[in-house]
Design a protein around this ligand. Structure first.
Ligand code: GLY
Length: 424
């Protein structure tokens, strides 16, 4: 059983010992109440995930849970999609939160089917695919081969870096929503998330090149991906020879000049992680500024709409984007879950409790019946009401496996927070 699990259990036991006592300080009452809140979430998630596993059956390499269709049925993907690492990652977090080896066994099975991806170089998402799965496996139940697989994955990702642009190419050539503009070196803000695996590779192998690629990518992105108010562009396309920026646009947001909520969330998480890995203050400043933009554009319940500018004057989608026809404003729970997880870390690095306060509020709101599913519903995902991509008419107001993954990560981080700050 790992340290966090032992700690949760001991504190829950302590709660039951203390619950008859009338002299518990307010602080400790609050801690025990919050541990109960976490426990209730874990119990629900364990039951819901058991049902999910009954639906999927054993991992085949082609049945990674991703979302739900309009008929309420589970949608799965093959391993070359960007999302297969999240379900194994969620199983690892469940193991971390419970200490129950049943989850470890399942997590191992679902992780190990991803091994062929270690040499995959078709897009930039290898960090999501391998670090959420094998990264957590290596952290929680290491085996010698995990390090090699992660290192190989880091080199596969690094193969998409070019000196000319100073960044990793997210996608291969594609045409923009206007139907004409061609992107030859598109880099999306999401790419910041994939850099964490390069730092792991650098530490494991001692190869500084992997570290330098991560830092160079983050610096190039800092230079070109943000407006003065630290709102983010989704896509920046570079000239492959000169490295000059050719286009700033969107693929999954409302319009080229709007701010896609999940993109902003990836940026907040990404620069917070960059600070953790490098201790370079410019990254912490960036994370703080990106978070300030995000927080100032939230509705009261702290769960963002899918794009911060959808439907506002001055923002017009390109002709081929379905956003031209979609005028509702669904929330995107996945963005909230990503930011919630990032804010626990941002609070630690900035020593500013406002981020923890917000993260705890977000966690409680996500756990409310407005956003957390009923047992047996929601195709057995945990959270409802995320948005995959409105421009692509895909996964609108649906559960998403990565919303669940970052929700679980937030529960792990909140548990650690309570452990560190409790006086019990
Ligand atoms: N990385 C793809 C997405 O956030 O939808």
């Amino acid at each position: 059983m790992n340290t966090i699990c032992k700690c949760v259990l001991s504190q829950v036991l302590l709660y039951f010992c203390l619950s008859g006592c009338s002299h518990i300080p307010d602080n400790d009452r609050n801690t025990t109440k919050e541990l109960q809140f976490i426990r209730e979430n874990i119990d629900f998630i364990a039951q819901q995930t058991t049902l999910m596993l009954e639906t999927t059956g054993a991992p085949t390499g082609k049945n990674y849970p991703r979302s739900m269709n309009d008929a309420g049925q589970l949608v799965t993907t093959g391993m070359y999609d960007w999302t297969p690492g999240f379900f194994p990652g969620s199983l690892w977090y469940l193991y971390e939160l419970t200490g129950d080896s049943v989850w470890k066994d399942k997590a191992e099975q679902w992780t190990q089917t991803l091994e062929p991806l270690k040499t995959f170089t078709g897009h930039h998402d290898l960090g999501f695919m391998m670090y959420c799965s094998y990264g957590n496996a290596n952290r929680l139940a290491p085996k010698p081969e995990y390090k090699d697989i992660l290192l190989q994955s880091a080199y596969s990702l690094a193969s998409r870096f070019s000196e000319e642009t100073g960044c990793i190419k997210s996608w291969n050539h594609r045409v923009a929503w206007d139907g004409e503009t061609e992107w030859f070196y598109p880099v999306i803000i999401d790419n910041m998330m994939n850099l964490e695996m390069l730092f792991f590779g650098a530490k494991t192998s001692g190869d500084k090149r992997l570290y330098d690629i991560a830092v160079t990518h983050a610096n190039t992105t800092l230079q070109h991906h943000f407006r003065e108010d630290f709102s983010s562009y989704h896509v920046v396309d570079y000239d492959t020879v000169t490295g000059v920026v050719k286009h700033r646009a969107t693929c999954q947001g409302f319009s080229d000049n709007s701010t896609w909520s999940r993109g902003q969330a990836w940026a907040i998480y990404g620069y917070t992680m960059m600070y953790r890995e490098t201790k370079d203050a410019q990254y912490l400043d960036a994370a703080v500024n990106l978070a300030a933009y995000y927080l100032s554009h939230l509705p009261e319940d702290l769960i963002p709409y899918w794009d911060f500018n959808a439907g506002e004057a001055g923002y017009t989608p390109d002709k081929d984007s379905y956003a031209t026809q979609y005028w509702e404003k669904p929330k995107d729970v996945s963005a909230a879950a990503v930011v919630c997880a990032a804010f626990f870390d941002l609070a630690t690095y900035t020593h500013r409790s406002e981020y923890t306060d917000k993260a705890i509020q977000m966690l409680h709101n996500l756990s409310s019946e407005k956003y957390r599913a009923e047992l047996g519903k929601n195709a057995h995902f945990i959270l409802m009401h995320s948005v995959g991509s409105i421009p692509h008419i895909s996964e609108i107001d649906k559960p998403l496996v990565y919303a669940d993954y970052y929700f679980l990560e937030s529960l792990v981080k909140y548990t650690a927070f309570l452990r560190n700050f409790t006086s019990l």
